[in-house]
Design a protein around this ligand. Sequence first.
Ligand SMILES: [Zn+2]
Length: 497
Amino acid sequence: MIKLRFVHSLLFFTAICFFLPKIAARGGHSDYIQPGDGNASFHGTARHLFAQEEKRPSVELTRGYMTNADLEKAMKDFTKRCSKISRLYKGFLERAFSIGKSVNGFALWVIEISDKPGEIEAEPAFKYIGNVHGDEPVGRELLLRLANWICDNYEKDPLAKLIVENVHLHILPSLNPDGFSVRRRNNANNVDLNRDFPDQFFPINEDLSLRQPETTAIMNWLREIRFTASATLHGGALVANFPWDGTEDKRKYYYGCPDDQTFRFLARLYSKSHRNMSFSIEFEDGITNGASWYPIYGGMQDWNYIHGGCFELTLEISDNKWPRASELPTIWEYNRKSMLNLVASLVKTGVHGRIFSLDQGKPLPGLVMVKGINYTVKAHQAYADYHRLLEPGKIYEVTASSPGYKPKTTCVWLGENAVTADFILIPEASYGGKLLRSSCDCSYGQPLLLTRFFTETNNGITFALVVVVAFLFFLLQRRVRSNLWKQRQSSRRSTTV
Ligand SMILES: [Zn+2]
């Protein structure tokens, strides 16, 4: 009976999908890399979770860390050494170069890693940001190590190759070089950059003239580049934090965003790939909802998800905010696989595809919605590619829409690997021929006929496929029943004997 139920579900699912656009498995078969053995002797010490002004680390502790000048040189050296797969840029709006600078005028340099750096491709983009808080310098060190590791390994390591060939990875090692230079959390105007974004509940950061240049730089960056996901690297705890970061009544409790399950999946992917993050006593599986830990307002994470279309995690990667530089190689090894796996998740999981118009075959930068999740993903303006991250192991009903076109829905079984689902949308007006008549009087007859023929043919094929599936189902059911009858007969015979 279990087999029969399975066959029922399989055929039912197949029949549904015959009505819907074609989907296909996508991505490699290799699993995410597992946590390594690393040096288990590393343990963080001091824990500093909150935003209050703290005692600054001693100058002696800065030994072995890159200064701002060292960091700039390291980034320039990197892009020279790895020029085939990278570029260096600053100023997120080409028209306004000064935007990409800190209060004290440090350029906010970014490394882009891709097989076609600087070009627009139908691929997802990921960004890593370090050193949001000036006194949390581990992230900026790890991000340079990440870039160099990818450069050294992308021709031999499958995961590094996958990232270079299929993702545009943008790395901003230091958002707060001014704070770093004086070993202080806030920027040069003494503002916490992770409290300076427009907030969804409390409009405390709406005054554009008061917004910090570093914050403005990030906001403009997201207007220029469509990021699918991102992470900021912090210190002071060991946990992967996900939205929401705040609650409407300022009280502390679990407050999930519409994509809570997907965020939990991404956060867990990071913590489970980490050497010891998931063994946390304080945080189950090494992950936490921001609001259930301690609510904050004006944070970068929620703003990215709401306004940037970008799934952002806040990663606390070291219990000790400013450990001795001698511990950096160990912390890097502990985080390396997590950092790679998180970027690779953009192509190894989720639903991806492009949206086209039926009438002209052109890319349509439409919208993608998933039933039951109140969140919209936009397809890219140039290629109309979309990248919808979702928790694996479920069936999703995905709808693509664009103004003037009839929305189209497909069902997707999202397993271990990513799925491709392209959409071809039919102009709404083409049913009545209004659009074709008004747009081109001289030739509407022929295209109208072609459009109708295609639509009718498409329906005909779908109907024929459903009949075939129903017939196969009937045959299969008969065969299963016949086998069951034979088994019962033989068992009766054997008990009689
Ligand atoms: Zn921080």
